[in-house]
Design a protein around this ligand. Structure first.
Ligand SMILES: C[S@@+](CC[C@H](N)C(=O)[O-])C[C@H]1O[C@@H](n2cnc3c(N)ncnc32)[C@H](O)[C@@H]1O
Length: 198
């Protein structure tokens, strides 16, 4: 299987520990370095193959039965052109009948009103601030803690938009869940998508 945006291996390492062979793609050499170290510590470096690259053009020639993109990594894509590039590339990686599984979020009005422009302690000593732009549909997320500070921007779209992008990229939607426990999607902020190559 392939995980797009593998990060530090939070998901990929337990998946490799469960016996799967994972090709992990990430555009950050720093994230991959942490992931490689953790994979060694967990004893799964043989089953977790890390490749530096962009998820819109993943450096993968293999064809696999499963592609995942967990923890909202598709929200790093800034417009429909980039979303379609990424979805099209994921579709190419799949064997016929293979599946793409990913999660994204669409903020609620309440969430935006409660958090906009405020520093909130998310974990002891680690503060997070969300600056929402509802017109541009962007979230600028800032984090500060004892090890430093960082800011990144995420771009969201509504579930209906994901539906049409998926259809355009050649996918059939098998299920849309509202969370990882497979509760049905009921219009909440989070959506988990299971789609197959048509
Ligand atoms: C929210 S993290 C998710 C990490 C991991 N999947 C997890 O669940 O813990 C998003 C990851 O996507 C990576 N990323 C962002 N844009 C990317 C791109 N265009 N191509 C490849 N990786 C990208 C980031 O470097 C980061 O490691």
């Amino acid at each position: 299987m392939v995980e797009l945006g593998v990060g530090t291996g939070r998901i990929a390492i337990p998946v490799a520990l469960a016996g799967a062979h994972v090709i992990g793609i990430d555009s950050s050499a720093g994230m991959l370095a942490v992931c490689a170290q953790r994979a060694r510590e967990a004893g799964v470096e043989e089953r977790l193959e890390l490749r530096l690259g962009d998820l819109r053009r993943p450096p993968v020639d293999e064809r696999v039965p499963l592609v995942t993109c967990p923890f909202r990594s598709f929200l790093h894509l800034r417009d429909d052109t980039e979303r379609l590039e990424a979805l099209g590339a994921a579709c190419e990686l799949l064997r016929p009948g293979g599946r793409l599984v990913f999660d994204v979020f669409t903020p609620s009005r309440d969430d935006i009103e409660e958090t906009h422009g405020r520093w909130i302690e998310r974990e002891p000593g680690i503060d997070e601030r969300a600056d929402w732009d509802v017109t541009a549909q962007t979230l600028t997320l800032s984090v500060r803690g004892p090890q430093g500070a960082s800011t990144m921007t995420l771009w969201w779209v509504e579930p209906e938009r994901w539906h049409s992008l998926l259809a355009e990229a050649g996918f059939e939607v098998l299920a849309t869940y509202g969370w990882f426990d497979r509760r049905p999607f009921a219009g909440g902020e989070d959506s988990v998508w299971v789609v197959s190559r048509k």
